[in-house]
Design a protein around this ligand. Structure first.
Ligand code: PBE
Length: 306
């Protein structure tokens, strides 16, 4: 799993380099005549009919591809698949130049705190509605590790908690940010561990995905389990590999599935072979995101390529 992930990261960086190269060209040929961009009917031309996306393996990418198919007005539009870092740097650059850009984005994320952004309305609902993040475990986990099962089953927090860890982790490591959160929220953690016994180094494979939201939740749960004496390995992989790892029993637990929409197809594929413990967070969202200075409100406002 680690090898796969490394390969994925290397590939991601490579694709990002490729795409940031192309992206900057298209951003510079779209200079307009002084007026704030994004209002005119030639927005598609200004954007070269490109949506700035993220990693090919992300659920968001799959739903963005579906979106391009489902909306007739998006005929001729393309999704630039790259990486989250590439998307964020294109977004930053566009905003600095007050140029138009459409990205695939999600909440919780610091991008909404750093920039004035809005989600484009999605009348066909191709990006889903309110998303939850669920906890899944492998079959047999409850029986073999009943106390660890109790803890992961009780693990539940609010978007503001996750954001606190994510924001802190912009300056310190995720491990440290998670540790600080756990120290500050001992009462909540005590509710998760109540009535469970400490163990001596029992191993738990915690499988996650490589985004900040899941770095936050994964590291918090890791620390909570470690404080109970478990030896926890946290491995970030692509979402489909995360489901597969739990289905095959290579992994014990994941708190990374975004449902019901974002990871729906992976979930469908593996749902018979995993145990779904329900949400550990609610109030997440994904969709097409633009700077507020752009004068469009809905995906349907975009014009097809001539
Ligand atoms: N995300 C963040 C991921 C899940 C967590 C929304 C970018 C995705 O698979 O799309």
């Amino acid at each position: 799993m680690k090898k796969l992930n490394l390969l994925n990261i290397t590939l991601g960086i490579f694709v990002t380099l490729l795409l940031t190269g192309c992206g900057s060209d298209s951003a510079t040929d779209t200079k307009n005549n002084g007026e704030v961009q994004g209002s005119s009917s030639n927005l598609g031309e200004q954007l070269n009919y490109k949506i700035t996306g993220i990693e090919p393996g992300a659920g968001t990418t799959e739903l963005a591809r579906n979106t391009l198919e489902e909306y007739e007005n998006l005929d001729g539009w393309e999704l630039l698949e790259s990486s989250t870092a590439g998307m964020l740097s294109s977004l930053d650059k566009a905003i600095k130049n007050e140029e138009p850009i459409i990205v695939t984005g999600w909440t919780p994320h610091w991008m909404f705190a750093n920039y004035d952004l809005k989600y484009l309305e999605d009348p066909k609902g191709t990006f889903g509605g309110i998303e939850n993040i669920n906890t899944i475990v492998r079959k047999g986990f409850k029986k073999e590790m009943p106390d660890a099962y109790k803890i992961v089953d009780r693990f539940y927090w609010e978007p503001k908690d996750m954001e606190e860890v994510m924001f802190a982790a912009q300056d310190i490591s995720f491990e440290e940010a998670a540790k600080n959160w756990v120290e500050k929220n001992q009462d909540q953690v005590a509710e998760w561990t109540e009535g469970t016994e400490k163990v001596d180094g029992k191993e738990i494979e915690l499988v996650s995905t490589p985004w900040d939201t899941e770095r936050a939740s994964g590291n918090v749960l890791k620390i909570v389990l470690e404080q109970q004496g478990y030896k926890v390995t946290l491995t970030p992989v692509d979402p489909v590999i995360m489901f597969q790892a739990i289905a095959t029993g290579e992994g014990d637990v994941s708190v990374a599935p975004w449902l019901p929409a974002t990871h729906a197809s992976f979930y469908e594929q593996y749902k018979e072979d995993i145990v779904d413990l329900g949400e550990n967070l609610t109030g997440a969202k994904i969709g097409m995101v633009v700077p507020k200075y752009m004068h469009i409100d809905s995906i349907e406002d975009l014009q097809p390529k001539e």
